[in-house]
Design a protein around this ligand. Structure first.
Ligand code: SF4
Ligand code: SF4
Length: 375
């Protein structure tokens, strides 16, 4: 049942973000250039300022929440680049996710977003079945102190990556490892506009990992959602025990051996690993050891890195824009010399591969082959 839309009705889910959308509304668009969606669409409507300002005016009752306005809120990959270029470090993506939730409740969300929500249960079950098959032997292991969370994307679409991350974690952890591959963190629900659904899924995962001494994540999106996103939804993750695979590898760099022949590759910072979690140097240090070379850099790297278009449900709500963003990133790669790309996010690797790069290496696969004992 949808709530009725009334002018001058404040949007309750936007209430915690009042400061954010108000700051944007009175800002002279300082981060205008930073949004990959706005750049790919050559559109003013999807600049961070425009999306936040329309949310502000809808909240104040000065603008009708039309389907066009609501659709603009889905023009965000959640890349966090605008935050880097904002003096206030404004949380645009989180604010827009709340606006999306209002659009869903008021029946104004685009049908592609509603499809994401309606299909989620079936997709999560498929991913859980795929994960349970991949890790059939490990999931029943008891007494494991370290847990490995591959994530739905890897379980279904990048099984080699999921298994590589598992092999690397087993080789590097100082304890028995158990895979937690039979449940979704709920991130697609948060991004599509169902925060309650996200909270419930995230709470289940946090309960499943509560006893672990360490939880190693392959997908930075899942890690960011559970470690950072869940806190905004009143959950208490064991943050100091939740790390990315690259951080585990950096802790045990002495157990990593270089490839027989050095190779060169350019590192693409996954948005949620870099800007989201502040993990920039661990993958670079580990890759330097594996490749026998410092990684090459994009012109825009680390906190100014530009996303591959795989986040925020953009590939499902607006595949054309998501593909255009990936192609922009590949053009930036070509501009600084081309060659091989390596990244530490299964979704980013897949997005870049599908949009024209035939030379994307997976961090997890390289690591699995380079761990002492796996050769
Ligand atoms: S995110 Fe910051 S820089 Fe960008 S429009 Fe909002 S207040 Fe301005
Ligand atoms: S988080 Fe990224 S995609 Fe979203 S508005 Fe900011 S720059 Fe644009």
């Amino acid at each position: 049942m949808y709530r009725a839309v009334r002018m001058a009705d404040n949007l309750p889910l936007l209430e915690p973000f009042t400061k954010q959308h108000t700051y944007c509304t009175y800002c002279p668009k300082m981060c205008r250039f930073s949004c990959p969606v706005s750049v790919a669409q050559s559109s003013e409507t999807t600049t961070p300022w425009a999306k936040m300002t329309s949310a502000h005016h809808v909240n104040d009752g000065n603008l009708d929440m039309s389907e066009t306005v609501a659709a603009s809120w889905y023009g965000c990959s959640g890349c966090l680049r605008c935050r880097t270029h904002c003096t206030h470090r404004n949380e645009v993506a989180a604010t827009l996710y709340a606006a999306r939730a209002e659009a869903v409740q008021l029946g104004r969300a685009p049908k592609q977003a509603i499809n994401v929500l309606q299909e989620h249960e079936r997709r999560a079950q498929n991913a859980a079945r795929a994960g349970s098959r991949l890790f059939a032997e490990s999931t029943t292991e008891t007494g494991a102190e370290v847990m490995y969370f591959p994530g739905c994307t890897a379980n279904v679409l990048c099984a080699d990556d999921a298994v590589a991350g598992w092999r690397a974690t087993q080789a590097l952890a100082d304890a028995p490892v158990r895979a937690v591959a039979d449940r979704c963190c709920g991130l697609p629900l948060l991004e599509a506009g169902d925060p309650e659904g996200f909270r419930s899924a995230a709470a289940e995962v946090l309960s499943a990992i509560s006893e672990a001494s360490l939880v190693v994540f392959l997908d930075p999106g899942c890690l960011h959602a559970l470690k950072v996103g869940s806190v905004r939804h009143d959950l208490t993750p064991p943050a100091d025990r939740m790390i990315h695979l690259s951080e585990l590898a950096a802790r045990h760099i002495d157990r990593i051996e270089p490839l027989p022949k050095p190779i060169t590759a350019r590192y693409h910072d996954p948005c949620r690993l870099g800007r989201g979690l502040g993990v920039y140097e661990a993958p670079r240090r580990v890759l330097a050891k594996i490749l026998g070379n410092e990684v090459e850099e994009f012109h825009q790297n680390r906190d100014d890195s530009i996303c591959a278009g795989a986040g925020g449900q953009l590939p499902r709500t607006d595949p054309e824009t998501a593909a255009a963003i990936a192609k922009d990133r590949l053009a930036q790669h070509a501009w600084v010399g081309g060659g091989t790309i390596v990244t530490a996010c299964p979704g980013s690797a897949r997005q870049l591969s599908e949009n024209g790069s035939d030379t994307v290496l997976s961090f997890a696969s390289l690591l699995a082959e380079s761990c002492r004992g796996n050769r």
